[in-house]
Design a protein around this ligand. Structure first.
Ligand SMILES: Cc1cc2nc3c(=O)[nH]c(=O)nc-3n(C[C@H](O)[C@H](O)[C@H](O)COP(=O)(O)OP(=O)(O)OC[C@H]3O[C@@H](n4cnc5c(N)ncnc54)[C@H](O)[C@@H]3O)c2cc1C
Length: 398
């Protein structure tokens, strides 16, 4: 009998397992993968996620993996480019972009070091119930044997296509159509030292220096372009980057692709009901948005903390568990909804209005407000605050 079973052991699952094990609970985290294991991602850990890694004592392990410390961003809108670093309430001045083989392994090891039992190669197959309440899981271990495990709380951190959410009947309560598709690969010899974002109409590109001296280069297009892009990925990737930035296009010609292209058009936008009797969801299983704002890792971390605190309140009987989990879902939705809306809006790739171009022009000589504007993408500044009429008027006037 465990206190908590966590299904899925990447950003959301291992973080939740680690935090609960550090609070003294008997935690079992399972994953069908064995680590190190790769997964689809453009790798960026923004200030909110960096703050978590620092507080959890894991940031230095990421840095020690040959992952470059990125202290500058460029956001280019055609011929208008802004440089700076996103504002953060905690004064974080660094972005890291570790390969997921690196980051997820560090998180799994941190959960195990905290005392969680981590079972790799374990496939979740179904839930055990007592009346309405979830009381455990059925699954298959790495050796292929069927087994059952029981716990006071079961947490689904098994990603966007969560089988656990399906098993408990966690329906989508907010849903938008998919807006974009993407393809990326890893390149050597690109001379990339900063996070570069190139924003265009109908597409955008990002350059992300990562481990081993390589840079991830990704292009996102409107969802409707997927079949066309897939007909010749290399050519569409090359052409989009050259058109977004001729200078980047030149650098790409001298770079060498080190791995195959990876991409998808299955970039869903939804919130699921995220708790019920004896269970909760966290990470992409609970809420998923277009990765264009690169918030999924940071959100997984911040809501893992919120959920671990709620589970602790319930299991220690400071509060009824159902009330604590209900509060977790309410607070998560309140805080995540503006980020969700901003990601959906960004993913529409609207053509910038004349006023937007004026604003970007005015920001070029204004480091402080550029930093706040970058905070929109980093999830540290809310669109409703930044775009207040008097704030925009002040920036344009200055
Ligand atoms: C193209 C792309 C680019 C992205 N770029 C960024 C970025 O730059 N920055 C950022 O912050 N976020 C980014 N994201 C989002 C980020 O990768 C996710 O939000 C994050 O990985 C979610 O973590 P998670 O732990 O919730 O789920 P996942 O990473 O999906 O992990 C779920 C785990 O559950 C396991 N699992 C699933 N089913 C079972 C089962 N039946 N039994 C056992 N185990 C199971 C899987 O093996 C997996 O390990 C990107 C996403 C995509 C698709």
């Amino acid at each position: 009998m465990h206190d908590v079973i966590v299904i899925g052991a990447r950003c959301a699952g291992s973080a939740t397992a680690m935090l609960l094990a550090r609070k003294g609970y008997r935690v079992c985290a399972i994953d069908k993968a064995t680590f190190p294991s790769d997964t689809m991602s453009t790798l960026l850990v923004f200030p909110v996620g960096m703050d978590c890694l620092e507080r959890w004592g894991l940031a230095d392990r990421v840095r020690a993996s040959s992952c470059p410390s990125l202290r500058s961003w460029t956001m280019a809108f055609g011929d208008l480019a802004l440089s700076g670093f996103p504002w953060s309430p905690h004064g974080i001045q660094e972005t890291l972009a570790p390969r997921r083989t690196v980051l997820d392994k560090i998180l799994v090891d941190a959960a195990a070091s905290a005392g969680a039992e981590v079972r790799e190669g374990f496939v979740f197959e179904g839930v055990l119930r007592d009346g309405d309440a979830v009381v455990g899981i059925r699954g298959r271990s790495q050796s292929g044997g069927a087994c059952e495990e029981r716990a006071r709380v079961v947490i689904g951190a098994d990603g966007m296509r969560s089988g656990f959410a399906a098993a408990v009947g966690a329906e989508k309560v907010v849903e938008r159509p998919a807006l974009t598709c993407c393809y990326y690969s890893f390149f050597s010899g690109l001379r990339a030292t900063r996070v570069e974002m190139h924003v265009g109409v109908g597409r955008s590109g990002v350059v992300v220096p990562t481990n081993d001296g390589n840079a991830l280069v990704s292009v996102q297009w409107s969802h409707g372009q997927f079949h066309e892009v897939r007909s010749d990925i290399e050519e569409h990737h090359r052409k989009a980057l050259a058109e977004l930035s001729p200078e980047l296009g030149e650098r790409m010609r001298a770079a060498r692709r080190e791995e195959r292209f990876v991409g998808t058009a299955d970039l869903q936008n939804f919130f699921r009901r995220s708790q019920g009797p004896g269970w909760a969801l966290v990470g992409d299983a609970a809420y998923h948005k277009d990765p264009i704002t690169a918030q999924g890792i940071s959100d997984s971390f911040r809501y893992a903390e919120l959920l671990a605190d709620a589970v602790d309140e319930g299991l220690s009987r400071r509060r009824p568990l159902s009330e604590a989990l209900g509060d977790y879902e309410r607070r998560r939705t309140e805080s995540a909804m503006p980020l969700f809306e901003w990601a959906c809006r960004t993913a529409e790739f609207r053509a910038p209005s004349g006023k937007t171009r004026d604003l970007i022009g005015a920001l070029q000589s204004n480091a402080e407000d550029t930093s706040r504007m970058m905070g929109l993408t980093a999830g540290t500044v809310l669109a409703r605050d930044f775009f207040q009429a008097d704030n925009i008027a002040r920036i344009l006037a200055s």
